[in-house]
Design a protein around this ligand. Sequence first.
Ligand code: C2E
Ligand code: MG
Ligand code: MG
Ligand code: MG
Length: 284
Amino acid sequence: HAKAQGRSGISIYTQNMQQETQDKLNLYNDLHQAIQQQAFTLVFQPQLNQRGEVTGAEVLCRWNNRGTPVSPDVFIRAAEETRLILPLGQWILTESCRVLKRWRQENRLPDSFRRLAVNISPAQFMDDNFEHYVTAQVNSHSLCSAQLELEITESIFLGDKNIIRSKMERLSSLGFTFALDDFGTGYSSLSYLQHLPLHKLKIDRSFVMDIEDDSKPARIVDSIIQMGQNLGMEIIAEGVEYDAQRMYLQNHGCYEYQGYLFSRPLTEDEFIEFVRQNEPPSTH
Ligand code: C2E
Ligand code: MG
Ligand code: MG
Ligand code: MG
């Protein structure tokens, strides 16, 4: 009896593997088509300061495949595996610039608004065409480079250090700023922090999630804030869901926040409405 189970166990396993491979191929195909048809949308999650003013937004990509939303964790990874992230990343940059230009032209943004943060995948950053593309898009939309913040993760540092550094230095001398996303979850060396032009640290949601007074995550958050401050960097916390978390962050020196406590990611028009509602009552 045990033997039969074992045998059928194996065959179920192979079937599962075949199914997984097939699912993956289907996903790649759908993704390829979706890129050709530009079937993606962007949403914008507000970032706020201590006074509750909107200081920026993070651009997040969305995809409904045959009517079903696919998590960005799934389709961005698939895009990275197939290098489809290059055309997708270009579309995201162009579209981000278009939206920012529209908001600016229509005078929708408050004085506190500084920049739009765009996630950049390692393969996209390492692509030879990246500098040219991002610069061309900013110029052709009459924006200035300081209005874009490029969010990179620590996984980028697995690449060639010299190439990465010189690329980042060229881009930052042009006025682009860099935020280090999901900080604390990736590559373990901190030495790159002193060598690279990083403008901002983004404290990962996993630490923010577990903040309670005197918890280990809370102490890690303290240390990240301290270190960022010592290095002259700005600090933002992601995934802030509760006022207690915001209070803790504020009391420990982090004055910029993003998370469901303030807003989920919003469409282009919803974002404008959020900004409008968020304005302090006029004083005339
Ligand atoms: P990320 O860059 O760390 O983005 C933050 C994620 O946290 C987003 O998930 C956002 O919707 C979610 N989030 C924000 N506030 C809260 C909160 O208070 N609570 C909780 N539970 N979650 C919150 P999303 O949109 O599913 O994106 C997941 C990841 O996919 C992103 O992580 C990023 O790595 C990647 N991604 C999304 N859009 C793009 C894109 O346009 N380009 C690239 N290269 N990657 C992207
Ligand atoms: Mg991000
Ligand atoms: Mg993040
Ligand atoms: Mg994250």
